[in-house]
Design a protein around this ligand. Structure first.
Ligand SMILES: [Zn+2]
Length: 280
């Protein structure tokens, strides 16, 4: 099953019945192997297999053979869905003829970001909205939009296994407000109501470990109580000054690391639904 390239070797692990984590060994994570233990950040795609079709969530495993690999593993047509439009979730997107994502993130793909050029050729992009369902035949996934990491970030809830594929939103590392600011209060309220959904564990795009549902309450507590107090700063080309909260050890499940634009606390600039930034 494995195919080899400069990016490493693709592999898969069935983490739940009919849900496969697909990733590849890269030079960036040499000590990771195929372990599902908490550790350094990785790039994971997930394949959810229904009776008629399969769904590939994200192109976060940076490998040119991911499309064929997923198709072969599924043995049936594969629909590509993106959790959001960031470049590290859209590797080799130009090899696909169509993809589904939230329209608020289309711009990131069509116009590029952080000096990374637009996807070319760009596949046909279909909109997915909060509340949509995707029926793979005998298996239904719910689409949940939570603006925060990006405005168009979505999560998928697999009703069959009660598993949440949480992208970069329900995660141990959160780059907040990377494409415009969203109220932290609104974000925490969305995480809070997510706790009422029927699932037991989450799988994120950059961790291979299963995250318990209780991780959401942990995130909310750290965001509301610890983040405003943090004095640590994070900088990266193309980003504004960011405050940086680091909690715990990456090898422990409860690790949490978050960066958020410092302007959020300085100027109370918040995202408005009309898409304009306003200072209140
Ligand atoms: Zn992202």
């Amino acid at each position: 099953m494995d195919s080899v390239s400069q990016s490493g070797q693709l592999f898969h692990i069935e983490v739940m019945q009919g849900i496969y984590l697909i990733s590849c060994d890269t030079a960036r994570t040499p000590d990771h192997g195929h372990s599902l233990a908490p550790g350094k950040p990785t790039g994971n795609s997930y394949l959810v297999v229904g009776e008629e079709r399969a769904l590939l969530f994200d192109l976060a495993a940076d490998h040119p053979g991911i499309r064929d690999y997923a198709q072969h593993l599924a043995g049936k047509p594969v629909q590509l869905v993106l959790s959001h439009g960031h470049f590290d979730h859209t590797f080799h997107l130009n090899k696909f003829s169509e993809a589904w994502l939230h329209p608020a993130d289309e711009k990131l793909i069509r116009e590029g970001m952080l000096g990374i050029p637009p996807v070319d050729p760009c596949p046909l992009l279909h909109p997915l909205q909060d509340g949509d369902t995707i029926d793979l035949g005998g298996r239904v996934l719910d689409v949940i939009n939570i603006p925060g990491h990006t405005h168009g970030s979505i999560l998928l809830l697999d009703r069959q296994t009660r598993t949440l594929l949480s992208g970069d939103t329900g995660a141990r590392r959160l780059l907040y407000g990377s494409a415009g600011l969203v109220s932290l209060a609104d974000f925490c309220a969305a995480l809070n109501s997510l706790q009422n959904r029927e699932f037991e564990v989450m799988y994120s795009a950059h961790d291979r470990c299963a995250l318990p549902k209780a991780h959401l309450a942990h995130m909310i507590r750290l965001i509301t109580e610890e983040l405003p107090k943090t004095t640590k700063r994070w900088s990266y080309p193309g980003f504004d000054e960011m405050v940086w909260l680091v909690h715990g050890d990456p090898k422990c499940l409860n690790y949490f690391d978050m960066v958020c634009p410092a302007s959020y606390f300085a100027g109370k600039t918040e995202y408005s639904p009309a898409g304009h930034h306003q200072t209140v």
